[in-house]
Design a protein around this ligand. Structure first.
Ligand code: MN
Length: 198
């Protein structure tokens, strides 16, 4: 668990992303960010050992248990990244808009501590998010790529929802904004109108 790679890729005077910090107290937060970088993707982050273990999920997470979603493990992120939303300026690593798409807590499932489940490449967890709920597993694919290719799977349970599509749930859980509003650094459209009506 180290934030060395995270720091090496970023210049904190030039990006609004949080600088590295001491690992947080042990907790069990998770978040998903919708990141419109060169390619649109989602970033799943699970707190383990005070940092956020992170995977880029090109098609995003789903509640559909028939879908397997490719998830590329990326560098650990600092705990503070779990509340980040904003725009990474051009010329910086990951330049583009970042939406806090979901957040909440997770329960570790299975019989081993979190670090051991990651080491063996089979991590089982239950999400309590605003959008994502229920049991998931993220499993490392053997003999593929650089060893950073995993699959994100939804287990069959009461939260399973065949055909569920992340793109139909595409507003920020932090601000209610669309990706476009975040990219333009605007408030959520309609917030003032809504205030007038009530
Ligand atoms: Mn990303």
């Amino acid at each position: 668990m180290s934030l060395t790679d995270y720091s090496r890729k970023r210049r904190f005077a030039k990006t609004p992303e949080p600088p590295p910090a001491e690992p947080a107290e042990q907790g069990n937060r998770f978040c998903v960010q919708r990141h419109h970088a060169t390619r649109l993707h989602y970033d799943l982050r699970l707190e383990v050992g005070g940092v956020l273990k992170s995977w880029a999920v090109p098609k995003g997470p789903t509640l559909d248990p028939a879908e397997k979603r490719l998830a590329m493990m990326v560098e650990d992120h600092p705990y503070e990244y779990g509340s980040f939303e904003g725009t990474i300026p051009k010329g910086n690593y990951g330049a583009g808009s970042v939406m806090l798409w979901d957040r909440g807590t997770y329960e570790l499932l299975g019989d081993l501590p979190a670090k051991q489940q990651l080491e063996r490449g089979d991590f089982k967890f239950l999400l309590h998010g605003q959008k994502l709920q229920g049991e998931f597993a993220i499993v490392r694919m053997k003999n593929r790529g650089k060893g950073n290719e995993w699959l994100l799977l939804k287990k069959k349970d009461e939260a399973a929802d065949p055909g569920w599509d992340a793109e139909q749930h595409s507003r920020s859980v932090l601000t209610g904004r669309t990706q476009e509003e975040i990219a333009r650094n605007m408030p959520a459209a309609g917030t003032t109108h809504r205030a007038k009506r009530t």
